[in-house]
Design a protein around this ligand. Structure first.
Ligand SMILES: [Zn+2]
Length: 438
């Protein structure tokens, strides 16, 4: 409630007190209602270890999508699912042709947490509920999107790429998960035809922007005691599988200078990574060797073959390309010197994306009005906003992750931060589509 100024009796007679309109209500989300949704949805796909198993096109993933459709319909939103299993909840009272989109993803990694992706979907739902309850007129349709396979069972960002028309028939036909289950079969199980995924494309003329709230999934906000992160850039990423091929041999009888030890090649390359990033990447460049397999994998045998993955990240395409080139050259030089051969396969590549500057400033303005402690920041993790951002103005709001943990049952954010983030999203939507109520 707005505090009323004390008035003298004479003033009251001269000018009757106007009842102030309580604008505050329209600008606030209900944290208790949001919490209830988080707990309810958090039961879908949860297993005994406390982790969420809502991998793309699993039974739990589809159940969560149905849950959301029912929720949306119950508050009068028009619900639909496209051929890529993206769920949309539409508030089309404005009767415009185009939509402003808000949301995130509903799928999870195996043994993931309750709020990665989910929170962005539920906060968007809560914002839409508040807007409808208060009958706020919007200048454009508002549309919630809950994307499919953001987490990468079949490569990642499937839903947002489908909407943006970035997928090819070739990709759909070849896409497989780590257990060799094809996208086609996984979708068929739910009566979905993967070939139709290409039909999920929406013309960019009919989409005016995308705004996503997400947990930070890292320690920066918590360490700097900030309530909110406003994302300026989202990191690009390349993922390679590399095979170094030498010769397996007896570890006792083969002299050190007569070996073609593939693991020694990897060790030398791994050692070169910090220098390679320093010379070729930006100050934010990162590279990780996260998985290594040695063959034959016997303690008494010189490893003839070493297979490893490398994931490189940076925030502009030029640096990304330079890092990729430097990796190739370094591996090639090491192999030449050590008598090894090498093969490499690019498993995926996402270009870096900058968030829309106007959207960044708009969110920043609202964060200031809400008196939030915020910082502009970079996102080292990939998100749907990275795909949408290549086609339409996109923005992202981060809230702190407890202890910086994500992709784990321990993943959580305080209700206080969730509420701050949700109110900031609501105000940012209103600033874009209904500035008259602010
Ligand atoms: Zn996520």
């Amino acid at each position: 409630m707005t505090k009323r100024k004390k008035r003298t009796t004479s003033e009251l007679i001269e000018e009757p007190l106007k009842i102030p309109i309580d604008m505050g209500k329209a600008q606030r989300i209900s944290i208790s209602r949001l919490e209830k949704d988080i707990i309810e949805l958090g039961k879908i796909g949860r297993r005994e270890d406390g982790g969420i198993y809502r991998m793309a096109f699993s039974d739990a993933d589809i159940e969560a999508r149905r849950w959301l459709i029912e929720k949306g319909e119950s508050v009068g939103l028009r619900a639909s699912m496209d051929p890529a299993a993206n769920v949309f909840l539409l508030d089309d009272r404005s009767k415009t042709n185009s939509s402003f989109m808000i949301g995130s993803h509903l799928d999870s990694v195996p043994c993931g947490g309750m709020i990665d992706g989910t929170l962005g979907v539920l906060v968007a739902l809560e914002c839409m509920r508040v807007i409808r309850e208060n009958d706020i007129e919007l200048s454009e349709n508002l549309e919630l999107v809950a994307t499919s396979d953001e987490e990468g069972r079949f490569g990642g960002m499937l839903g947002s790429q489908a909407i943006c028309g970035e997928l090819s028939m070739d990709f759909i036909r070849r896409a497989k998960d780590v257990n060799e289950v094809s996208l086609i079969d996984a979708m068929k199980k739910h009566n979905l035809n993967a070939i139709n995924v290409l039909k999920a494309k929406r013309h960019r003329e009919y989409l005016s922007g995308f705004l996503e709230l997400h947990i930070e999934q890292g320690p920066v906000l918590e360490k700097t005691k900030c309530d909110i992160g406003i994302v300026e850039d989202i990191s690009g990423l390349f993922k390679w599988k590399v095979k170094l091929i030498g010769e397996a041999n007896h570890s006792g009888t083969t002299p050190m200078n007569m070996r073609r030890d593939s693991f020694q090649g990897l060790a030398e390359f791994a050692h070169e990574i910090p220098r390679l990033l320093e010379e070729n990447g930006s100050e934010y460049a990162r590279a990780t060797i996260g998985k290594v397999d040695l063959f034959p994998g016997n303690p008494h045998t010189v490893p003839g073959v070493t297979e490893f993955t490398i994931v490189g990240r940076d925030f502009d395409d030029e640096h990304m390309q330079e890092i990729e080139n430097a990796c190739r050259k370094t591996i090639s030089a090491i192999c030449r010197r050590r008598g090894l051969m090498f093969e490499f396969e690019e498993l995926s590549r996402l270009s870096p994306t900058a968030c829309d500057q106007r959207m960044v400033s708009l969110i920043e303005g609202e964060a200031q009005k809400l008196n939030l402690k915020y910082m502009r920041m970079k996102s080292g993790a990939g998100h749907d906003a990275q795909i949408f951002g290549r086609h339409i103005p996109s923005g992202m709001i981060f809230i702190p992750s407890l202890n910086g943990v994500s992709h784990s049952p321990e993943e959580w954010s305080s209700l206080e931060h969730i509420e701050m983030g949700a109110n900031l999203l609501l105000r940012s939507i209103l600033r874009s589509l209904a500035p008259h109520v602010l």
